[in-house]
Write a new protein. Structure first.
Length: 581
């Protein structure tokens, strides 16, 4: 028996309210009399009598039982978790399961004093119940949403199974999809459900993957993929067809990759999805990148730059001409950084132009061009046209070849500020990449102002964060010395008060221990000494050493600083900067 069950046996809601002075004995007896006649809960009666509010009740129960109050409006109940308790039992006791960690099931309850309900659930699920308290209104709404989603998903899977039995495997009968009805076709509702759940959960990418005996739908959340659902295999062709219709793509083309775009509205938010379809052995794999305009952070201060690093980056974009390069692998947040820089530069006095493939977000006041290589509108062609459009600031989505690099450099040398990206591992390595494209070293040193490399690390969940005292060998492994701590602007930290941090896993972070992501950055400024090293054919190691002597924090150091101040975990530092020294 849990501590709460012990307390609950001794404590009743009416007594607790009297103890807190919210009602008196006479009012309690009146409410109990009405309860016998109506069969309603005591709390409901007291609220209807206007003696207390729902919030009063949950706060008293939280205080007396020493359990947290949960605001269910901040939670999206997982249908899989909801299924652990049958709907009729959840509604009878006014409770809903919200998270499962190991053998513990967190259950939001209107009445956590209901030890009979707690015993029933523990017996039914074989799990230890951890009660939390929530208002009747919140739980009632959560019940409707959660069990509605469970029923919706189960019904869809049943319907999709029936479609599969009717022979939609080969794809020759895809026209049947239209006969199912525009509003009630299960394929249409499934695709809408997949997208809406992804948007609500803050997912960045949706993967729909066909295999020999199954189709798997996965979501990428905070940089990590996890399975969302597995519809019947025989519905594969119909799902693919529906996504192609939504993306205005060729349904009949199954041999070649296709790219498209979907514009939809979810919860009054305008959402763009960038769709990529790739033929694989068992069908066509679909990846949809979710571009939510409301989630775009365009303030440089919000991205996670260290103070000195941000100062160096801002110094680069404040220059009237030259090239600023942002580097890193796909999914490292380069576009967000560039858009943030552009937004800070976008004033009425400047003409800002971008060449992108694709245009991910629409920015007011900036002239954005969607490149279309298939008709000859490449980055290089767009750049040439930009130079006849009287630009001040030019952004090129990516420098991929010699032609684009050459025009970008010439533009930067004729009075324009050029922003662009490159796929390289770090800032010092970018110099060798540009020279390998065929650009002369003297042109690189003349035009490049700043090179910034970045990665994204997962943030430790604030609600379940705990301290870990680092071992001596860990401190040595990461090279944490008093000198490094001064470089990281953390002179107050020493071996005695140094901690790493980790998340235990809780309801807020879905038992992941991490919630959200933040950038780690290295910003290399082109100094006179660096120019000499590049012109003399210096190696990437020579460039890195000089850049750090000039004050650059490496990606590893930026990540370490975030670990030491409790923003990320040491495991994330290792994961993201494994190749760094």
């Amino acid at each position: 028996m849990t501590d709460i069950q012990h307390v609950a046996k001794k404590l009743r809601l009416g007594d607790a309210l009297i103890q807190e002075g919210l009602i008196n004995e006479e009012q309690l007896q009146q409410a109990l009399s009405l309860q016998k006649k109506s069969g309603k809960r005591l709390g409901t009666i007291l609220v209807e009598m206007h003696l207390v509010t729902e919030n009063d009740i949950v706060q008293i129960l939280s205080k007396q039982l020493k359990i947290p109050v949960i605001d269910l409006s901040n939670y999206l109940i997982d249908p899989v978790i909801a299924k652990l308790i049958p709907e009729h039992i959840a509604k009878r006791h006014m409770l809903i399961p919200i998270n499962k960690v190991g053998n513990k099931l967190t259950v939001a309850m209107v009445d956590p004093l209901n030890i009979i309900a707690i015993d029933d659930i523990q017996l039914m699920t074989g799990l230890m119940v951890k009660p939390v308290v929530a208002t009747f209104t919140d739980i009632n709404k959560a019940l409707q949403d959660a069990y509605g989603a469970v029923a919706q998903q189960e019904t869809l899977m049943d319907e999709l199974g029936e479609i599969g039995k009717e022979g939609m495997e080969g794809g020759d009968d895809l026209d049947q999809l239209g006969e199912l009805g525009e509003n009630d076709a299960p394929i249409i509702r499934l695709c809408n459900l997949v997208i809406s759940q992804a948007v609500q959960n803050g997912v960045s990418d949706i993967h729909i993957e066909p295999f020999e005996k199954e189709i798997r739908i996965r979501y990428r959340q905070d940089g990590v993929l996890h399975t969302a659902m597995s519809p019947p295999k025989k519905a594969t062709a119909a799902i693919t067809s529906r996504i192609k219709i939504m993306s205005s793509l060729n349904i009949a083309e199954k041999r070649l990759p296709q790219d498209g775009r979907i514009k939809i509205k979810v919860q009054n938010r305008n959402i763009d999805l960038r769709v990529s379809i790739l033929p694989v052995i068992w069908g066509e794999k679909i990846v949809m990148r979710i571009l939510d305009q409301t989630s775009l952070r365009v303030n440089l201060e919000d991205l996670g730059f260290e103070p000195e690093t941000l100062k160096r980056f801002k110094g680069g974009i404040a220059s009237p001409y030259g090239i600023l390069l942002v580097t890193g692998p796909t999914g490292s947040g380069k576009t967000t950084t560039l858009y943030s820089a552009l937004t800070s530069l976008n004033t009425i006095e400047r003409n800002c132009m971008t060449a992108e493939d694709p245009v991910e977000y629409m920015l007011h006041g900036i002239n954005q061009v969607q490149c279309k290589p298939e008709i000859g509108l490449t980055f290089a062609a767009a750049l040439r046209s930009f130079l006849r459009q009287d630009p001040n600031i030019i952004m090129v989505g990516e420098i991929r070849d010699f032609e684009t690099a050459e025009i970008a450099i010439k533009a930067s040398m004729t009075g324009h500020l050029v922003l662009s990206t490159l796929h390289t591992n770090d800032a010092p390595g970018t110099i060798g990449r540009i020279i390998n494209m065929g650009i002369e070293p003297f042109m690189v040193t003349t035009s490049v102002l700043v090179i910034q490399a970045q990665r994204l690390v997962r943030k430790v969940c604030k609600d379940c964060k705990f301290e870990i005292k680092p071992r001596v060998e860990q401190i040595a492994q990461f090279g944490i010395t008093p000198e490094l701590l001064r470089r990281l602007e953390l002179p107050h930290i020493n071996e005695k008060n140094m901690f790493f941090y980790k998340g235990k896993g809780c309801e807020t972070c879905g038992n992941a221990g991490n919630k959200g992501r933040v950038g780690v950055y290295e910003v290399m400024i082109m100094t006179e000494r660096l120019r000499e090293i590049i012109l003399n054919g210096g190696s990437t190691d020579d460039i890195r050493k000089q850049a750090m002597d000039d004050g650059m924090l490496s990606l590893r150091e930026s990540a370490l600083r975030k670990a030491l101040i409790g923003m990320t975990s040491i495991e994330e530092v290792l994961r993201v900067t494994m190749g760094e020294h």
